[in-house]
Design a protein around this ligand. Structure first.
Ligand code: FE2
Length: 208
């Protein structure tokens, strides 16, 4: 049962600057940090900014706080732009199976928001390194994406761009939907008026 304060939180978050500014770091796993650096920094162009090993005792010891259960593994950070970082743990070879990107709770793909200039540049970089990509594919009005795989780790990646917006990409406004369209879909999920009103409180009657 949702509390009234939950509804208030949803509504205020929708009207204010948002619950978060965005991603602090996205942490992925690799079993080949060298090849990952060569792809993330060398191909994608996200510079390495911090290289460390997880301190002793945090892997298998009682101080583990959710990090991979291996001792003193590498943990490297790359600057993905927008004051967010992409991080990798290096899992010992053979210690874990490759991820199923369609598993429940799994990370199906990561989409990076890129400027119009970077959108062209990333396509050139991928092509120059012989890394195939699909697109640009129109994904929403005025929005285009390319899709490709991290050839080291198999992660599905997307670069998303609204060419008309140049260097100032606004992601959330471009994802806006009008209330009638949202309700038409949501009623197929749970047709209860109070619930529908609550979860659509941040959705405008119309969008431009
Ligand atoms: Fe996507």
């Amino acid at each position: 049962m949702d509390s009234p304060s939950a509804a208030t939180d949803e509504a205020s978050a929708a009207r204010g600057p948002g619950l978060t500014r965005g991603i602090h770091h996205l942490a992925l796993n690799t079993d080949d940090m060298k090849a990952t650096i060569d792809f993330v920094a060398g191909v994608l162009g996200m510079p390495l900014i911090h290289a460390l090993k997880v301190p002793p005792g945090l892997g298998t010891g009682p101080k583990n706080r959710g990090n991979p259960p291996f001792e003193q593994i590498r943990h490297y950070f790359f600057d993905m732009g927008g004051d967010s970082t992409l991080a990798y743990f290096e899992i010992p070879k053979g210690a874990k199976a490759a991820a199923d990107r369609d598993a429940i709770g799994g990370m199906q793909h990561v989409a990076f928001s890129v400027t119009a200039r970077k959108f062209a540049a990333i396509q050139r970089r991928l092509a120059a390194h012989g890394i195939p990509f699909d697109g640009p594919i129109p994904v929403m009005p005025g929005m285009f994406s390319i899709y490709f795989y991290d050839p080291v780790n198999g992660t599905r990646l997307e670069a998303c761009c609204q060419p008309d917006q140049g260097d100032a990409q606004a992601v959330v406004p471009a994802c806006a939907q009008n209330r009638a369209d949202a309700l038409a879909e949501l009623r197929s999920l749970h047709d209860e008026p109070a619930w529908l009103a609550r979860v659509t409180s941040a959705i405008p009657d119309s969008v431009r």
